[in-house]
Design a binder for this molecule. Structure first.
Ligand code: NAD
Length: 483
């Protein structure tokens, strides 16, 4: 099969990068190159920003109903191409086709539809004063905004940013991860087909330093919505600060799943707890990688949990019986294997997994890791402090609620936590005390797009989702009239 050659979308046209430089894109399942993506430069970013600036007044003046119609049209096209997009997402990222079909691509559709629907009735505040005056708030689009997304949920997170930005009347210069650029490139093509006007959505492919940094530093880019690692988030915050740009930073996590002795550990709930650690090979920022279990039930829980983890099948992402596909890249595979080696050095006891897997035939060069469960490490161990972002879960026993809270909150991150208990009072009390932006009680990854999404501490700054995203992508102006 000839390799795919992706293009930038600038000013409504699909274009090669100015310097004609290209990056290899790998298929994680095989370790082979299957596509090439533009290795764009700041010149391409400048072109994209100029196009976005030209398009900005027209798009801001376009009625919300019309912007919504175009976003729905784009969603329709994604829905029509769901099978192809799911296969492409799987090929590009190593995730299973089943996951891409049931989660990634449908969620991209929902992101577009949600913000298309939300923008039409969106209204701003007014504040009447007894002294014979009224304030009302205008919310103008910002102009040109930058959206930068990671590799783990490629189209899902790309659309999670561009949908509210476009709905609110901004024009966008977006950069998907260079590791998984394929579905964003396809989305760019579909946006032309949907009739989104030239310059409204621009997609520039390339590396973080080459393209991402140029977007962040460009003086005409008024805000940056970023999802990715804490380290890159810190760099973006530093680059954006001197220009006082708005930034929304969705960063890493080291999430706890806390299981109390009174939890309803039905088979279905246990399956969810397993999924919360290993879905998408553990490459979801919301995965619970620290599994805290109350001592009274620890032994029995561990037995039932391990039985399920051992039954997970790692293999061909396109095989319907596969639970875990390949890790996204050689570099990430090496990182995860390094974390497992570190856990061993720290004295961790590997209860299951712990090894790379070589698949037969054409998959023999792919990057596969066994689902791995480790116990015997204190909360302060590096393994329990650093984000691994792979199929690795540590088991940590606790005695009581106070200790569980201390361990759960005892990391530098604060993205998401899940709690399993039948005690309603405890659920409320514990949920409120957790220092995390998102808490799930007796569930995991149950998402309502209206809710604020984001983390505390090193997990980020600001919130996405619902009106939070629309507020981020608009500038409020108060007008006070005395009468
Ligand atoms: P990354 O930070 O390496 O890259 C993310 C994006 O930023 C990529 O498009 C990359 O090219 C770009 N980038 C890199 N350097 C840049 C720079 N200096 N300036 C501008 N852009 C730059 O992250 P990743 O490895 O792609 O993604 C994995 C990380 O993302 C994990 O830490 C994970 O927890 C996090 N994540 C967080 C959330 C969330 O919602 N909080 C969701 C998904 C992933």
């Amino acid at each position: 099969m000839p390799s795919l050659r992706l293009a930038n979308l600038i000013d409504g046209r699909l274009q090669a990068p100015r310097l004609d430089r290209w990056l290899d894109v790998f298929e994680p399942a095989t370790g082979e190159v299957f596509a090439h993506c533009p290795d764009s430069s700041s010149d391409d970013v400048n072109d994209a920003v100029a196009a976005a600036q030209r398009a900005a007044p027209g798009w801001a003046a376009t009625p919300a109903e019309e912007r919504a119609r175009l976003l729905h049209k784009l969603a329709d096209l994604i829905e029509t191409g769901l099978d192809d997009l799911a296969a492409l997402e799987s090929r590009d990222s190593g995730k299973t086709v089943a996951m891409a079909r049931s989660l990634d691509i449908p969620r991209a559709v929902s992101n577009l539809r949600y913000f298309a629907a939300a923008i039409v009735p969106w209204s701003s505040e007014s504040h009447a004063m007894e002294a014979g005056a009224i304030n009302y708030t205008l919310r103008h689009p910002l102009g040109v905004v930058g959206c930068i997304s990671p590799w783990n949920l490629p189209l899902y997170l790309f659309t999670w940013k561009i949908a509210p930005a476009l709905a609110a009347g901004n024009t966008v210069v977006a950069k998907p991860s260079e590791i998984t650029p394929c579905t964003a490139a396809r989305l760019a093509e579909l946006s032309i087909e949907a009739g989104i006007p030239a310059g409204v959505l621009n997609v520039v492919h390339g590396t973080g330093p080459g393209v991402g940094q140029a977007i962040v530093e460009h003086p005409q880019v008024k805000a940056i919505s970023f999802t990715g690692s804490t380290r890159t988030g810190a760099q973006i915050a530093m680059s954006a600060a001197p220009q006082f740009k708005k930034v929304s930073l969705e960063l890493g996590g080291k999430n706890p799943a806390v299981v109390f002795a009174d939890a309803d550990l039905s088979d279905a709930n246990l399956d969810t707890i397993v999924r919360s650690g290993f879905a998408n090979q553990g490459e979801i920022c919301l995965c619970g990688s620290r599994l805290l279990v109350q001592r009274d039930i620890y032994d029995r829980f561990r037995e039932r949990y391990l039985e399920r983890v051992r039954a997970l099948r790692v293999g061909d992402p396109s095989d319907a019986s596969t639970n875990l596909g390949a890790l996204v890249s050689r570099a990430h595979f090496d990182k995860v294997m390094g974390c497992i080696a570190q856990a061993r050095e720290e004295g961790g006891n590997i209860l299951c997994g712990g090894n790379a897997i070589t698949q037969p035939g054409r998959l023999s060069g792919g990057w596969y890791v066994e689902p791995t469960v480790i116990e015997g490490l204190p909360s302060e161990a590096l393994t329990n402090q650093q984000e691994i972002f792979g199929p690795v879960v540590t088991l940590i026993p606790f005695e009581n609620e106070a200790e569980a809270l201390h361990i759960a909150n005892g990391t530098g991150y604060g993205l998401a936590a899940s709690v399993w208990t039948s005690d309603l009072s405890r659920a409320h009390r514990f949920g409120a005390a957790l220092d995390f932006g998102i808490v799930w009680i007796n569930c995991w990854l149950l998402r309502d797009l209206r809710t604020p999404f984001g983390g505390t501490k090193q997990s980020g700054l600001g919130r996405e989702g619902g009106v939070e995203a629309l507020r981020f992508f608009t500038e409020p102006k108060n007008i006070c009239i005395r009468y």
